[in-house]
Design a protein around this ligand. Sequence first.
Ligand code: GDP
Length: 457
Amino acid sequence: MFPQLSDKLQEIFKDLRGHGVISEANVDAALRQVRLALLEADVDFQVARRFIGRVKEKALGETVLRSITPGQQIVKIFHDELTALLGGDSAPLHLQDQGRILIVGLNGSCKTTSSAKLARFLQKQGHLPALVPCDLQRPAAIEQLVTLGKQIDVPIYAPDPNEKNVQRAAAAALAKSSGPRSGDALADVIPAPGPAAARPSIYIFDTAGRQEINERLIQELKELKEFLQPQETLLVVDAATGQQAVSVATHFNHALAISGIILTKLDGDARGGAALSMREVTHRPIKFAGTGEKLDQFEVFIPERLAGRILGMGDVIGLVEKAAEAVEVEDAARLERKLRTASFDFNDFLAQFKMMKRMGPLENILGMLPGMSNMQGLSIDEKQLKRTEAIVLSMTNEERTRPDILNARRRQRIARGSGCTVTEVNDLLRRFDQMRKMMKSAGKMKKMLKGLQQLHR
Ligand code: GDP
């Protein structure tokens, strides 16, 4: 995340760590570089100045400079201050039964996608969310939410196409879901499939946006908020827009008293400025982060973890959580055993492939490992992964269990079946063999990952 900033900071600190003895002048020089890196990352000027002031005050303490590991201690101070700058503790949602969340933001901020992502997130926590599209200006926005809702089995309370009043549409959604048919203002409920629709426990209202903030938008949102009395009003902003995102948040907060922020596109070109300045400028917490286009690329914003990722300390907790979500414990233990004893075959490979898919894009996962976030050449081509999967799927069960029977004729057949060349099939088999050999001797995680990477290349 924020690769440029992250690279620079890691370089500066590597340098500082390298000194056995650290003087005030060393600290000063390093912090000057840090300040420049923050400004280049589009962090608000005042925020950067105050932040450096705080770090400096702590770092220049006698006990730090005279300790045996001053460099390490300064990195720790930096990590703690960065965590505080990002908001300190994570900020949970305040919800109650039949809770209401109002989602607001400008067009293009990823508002609609984030509404669906939030529904998915709440659903995974055992809630019964429902989505209510309240953008009556753009029918396409309603269709988009309906499509997303279907993907995640969340009911959508779509307004009547002729309805022009947002409050009436919202009221109809609430009335319809709470039992007696109100009959007005709702086109229909698009129910989640499965057992008879239960009453939603949380309503997420996706509102209309504009290209820019204007009075009409704010007025409409104020009235809707007044009517709904939501427990949470979350503003969605695009991290890639840097300081503009911070300014949008300041405006929305003044007008609507938002309760938190969903910061999106943290995966893209975002330089870090929005994430690092947001809390200190707006005094509002970032509650969630969008990290990609897919609906499960959405996470609770945890300042300490992000600080760790930026400083290359990895996010082992995040990795373990992701793995726990995706992997059945027994499956993992079985695979681990097989890897160790090198009895890992192509059926296990397919199982592993499924697990990896559930865990999300590999690059995100590798970025969570300490020291791996900025490792060059570790990017994995997802298209190539699909080709590899196609090759394995073209094998018979026996071939998958006993790859040694794969003679030239069989390899040709597999190549034809998977739409790849025989060379590609040979290549995969060779790498698979190498990996099995390596697995036998290596228990270390990094080696295993390197092995997997080679295998999937
Ligand atoms: P809206 O106009 O605010 O409702 O924006 P949309 O929800 O339609 O999102 C705009 C685009 O951004 C869509 O193509 C989404 O797939 C994409 N998108 C949403 N969230 C993220 C994210 O976290 N990262 C990236 N890279 N793209 C995202």
